[in-house]
Design a protein around this ligand. Structure first.
Ligand SMILES: Cc1cc2nc3c(=O)[nH]c(=O)nc-3n(C[C@H](O)[C@H](O)[C@H](O)COP(=O)(O)OP(=O)(O)OC[C@H]3O[C@@H](n4cnc5c(N)ncnc54)[C@H](O)[C@@H]3O)c2cc1C
Length: 201
């Protein structure tokens, strides 16, 4: 992270199997930058991939604005990315899954913690309003699973679109160029408050 935020917008610089995202945090006190790329060196049995050298190599051919920003990207931490396809079962007897345990998702919609919070609110309401623990957990899972699964699936798709190459990237760019930057119609449902309250049982 570097100081001196310049814009309130989230900037995404998309490239083939890579992107750089930039956005201000803490009311503009800090500017967060995250460089993401699909590593060619990945093997499940080694940690020698997604290295700083590979980062430099992969971003060497990017545009000037991205190359200017790259030296300011912190190198002290890196995160391998994992997700999972939605699962049908969230409740096992008296145990219910919540948050990443229920719906681990990729970061492209920045929704992992948001969905965990929505789970917590829905579970709280269900426990408050249900006549038994079993009914509360079943209500919680049936209320939350469709929305969380949809976001989980779409987060992966959003990353795939962001990292398109060749003709796919050209089509993506044409589509985005034809839209107003203020048009969020296709994605606004993610940030539309869900019905958190469980119906009275
Ligand atoms: C770099 C990064 C950026 C992110 N940015 C965003 C963002 O902008 N917006 C967003 O919504 N989400 C974001 N996320 C995702 C978000 O952090 C997670 O989705 C969220 O933390 C999930 O919450 P959780 O409570 O389910 O799991 P966790 O936060 O992982 O909490 C699980 C806890 O359980 C503990 N634990 C594990 N095993 C045991 C055990 N056996 N016994 C006891 N305790 C145990 C762990 O130590 C941990 O404290 C980001 C994640 C990362 C890594």
């Amino acid at each position: 992270m570097s100081k001196h935020a310049t814009s309130e917008a989230v900037m995404v610089w998309a490239g083939p199997r890579m992107h750089l995202v930039q956005y201000p945090v803490r009311r503009g006190e800090l500017y967060n930058q995250v460089a993401v790329f699909e590593s060619d060196s990945y093997t499940p049995h080694s940690d020698d991939w997604g290295t700083e050298a590979e980062l430099e190599e992969r971003f060497a051919g990017t545009c000037q604005a991205v190359r200017d920003a790259l030296p300011l990207v912190s190198r002290d931490r890196r995160w391998p990315l994992y997700d999972r396809a939605p699962v049908d079962q969230w409740v096992f007897g008296r145990i219910a899954l919540l948050g990443d345990a229920a719906h681990p998702m990729l970061q492209y919609l920045a929704q992992g913690a948001c969905q965990a919070l929505e789970d917590a609110v829905a579970l709280g309401h269900a426990l408050e309003q249900s006549s038994s623990l079993e009914r509360a957990l079943a209500t919680y899972a049936s209320l939350r699973s469709p929305r969380a699964s949809r976001i989980q699936t779409n987060a992966r798709r959003f990353g795939e679109i962001c990292h398109l190459e060749g003709m796919g990237a050209t089509l993506r760019n044409m589509l985005l160029a034809s839209r107003s930057p203020e048009n969020f119609d296709d994605i606004s449902w993610v940030w539309t408050p869900a019905t958190a309250a469980a119906p009275a049982l």
